[in-house]
Ligand binder design. Sequence first.
Ligand SMILES: NC(=O)c1ccc[n+]([C@@H]2O[C@H](COP(=O)([O-])OP(=O)(O)OC[C@H]3O[C@@H](n4cnc5c(N)ncnc54)[C@H](OP(=O)(O)O)[C@@H]3O)[C@@H](O)[C@H]2O)c1
Length: 371
Amino acid sequence: MSTARRSVTGTGGGRIKYKKSLKNKGLCLVLIPNSIIASTPRQIIMSFKKTLQLNNGITIPQIGFGTWLSKPHEVENAVVWAVEAGYRHLDCAYVYGNQDEVGAALKKVIPSLVKREDLSITSKLWNDAHQASQVEKQLDITLSQLGTPYLDLYLIHWPVAFVSGRGLFPRRANKPDEVEFDEEPSLVDTWKAMLALRDTGKVKAVGVSNFTIDHLKAIIKATGERPAVNQIEAHPLLPQDELVEYCKQEGIHLTAYSPLGNNLRGKTKLVDYPKVKEVADRVGATTAQVLVAWGVHRGYSVIPKSVQKDRIIKNFEQITLSEEDYQKISKIGVNNHVRFNVPITYSPKWSINLFDEEEEKGQAEFEVKKE
Ligand SMILES: NC(=O)c1ccc[n+]([C@@H]2O[C@H](COP(=O)([O-])OP(=O)(O)OC[C@H]3O[C@@H](n4cnc5c(N)ncnc54)[C@H](OP(=O)(O)O)[C@@H]3O)[C@@H](O)[C@H]2O)c1
């Protein structure tokens, strides 16, 4: 990053349904008695178990399980419950500080419940290891924490480099309430180091997270290599239509995080929005199921998080939204733009304009060094 201003710029009646068997993926007949269907206002099956293909040919289950903000001693049980419930796509990150616990959970479910290859595990490179010399080192720590020889997907967590070797959130000497960025590695430098990981056998696919169209264009132009995935915040209050369309055109798979709206900023949770409740009540679903279905309707993967067993199970029971209900839910975001994850509002603050949000404009001191 050259000096000056880096605008970091921060899911009847004797009807027979075919259902895929969990273990051998063969087809088995499930007979649903009339009595049950008559009393059920909607069809609930655990999950559609749909997988989506990434641009390198590997597949990822459409509904995944988030692990961020799980308190100590919560995530181990949560991950075990999730795998028991049928989730096969787990979203982790070095910075969540809980990968050891996720690893402990994996030991409990592999091989007793699933084989390693039945799972799709994602993790992310933290901002303090963007330097080419640090990228594989931090991946090795993540692999050791999770107790797995490889990741299915490894992402650059944010398009932001922090200085290395001074902890997860190094602070500026003269502004200790702010993180210190690293002037050196550009996004292209870090992307090249990520691409090199594919030859190590430690990752099946590499991708990015929180990248805008500009960030994506820069790394693609410099390397000719498209990320397999861009993991972004997406929900009815932040549909990100332009970015969704760009990624579709470029063959970059999108994963939507904070699909339930999170609650980082003390705003009304999406699961509590009256319109979402109205649709949920009418179709006999939970509001969280409606929100997961909203993301699924858009064709990408969705990774709701919970540490509560009943919610973990329910969130994975998929429903389908009609086009009409999809449009109704989409309208919530009209003139009601909310992005929950804006790093300039974090503590310590990241003084960087990542998304050009109101909070960032004119406030951010740095901008992203793309190349
Ligand atoms: N790449 C990135 O920068 C990034 C950023 C944010 C998130 N992520 C990933 O995306 C995952 C999901 O995002 P998120 O954790 O921000 O938010 P989220 O999944 O949208 O929402 C999680 C919140 O909703 C609550 N919740 C879960 N199920 C519920 C239900 N059925 N009814 C009511 N409330 C419910 C959870 O509480 P309980 O746990 O108490 O149920 C938690 O407070 C993360 O865990 C992480 O893996 C990635």
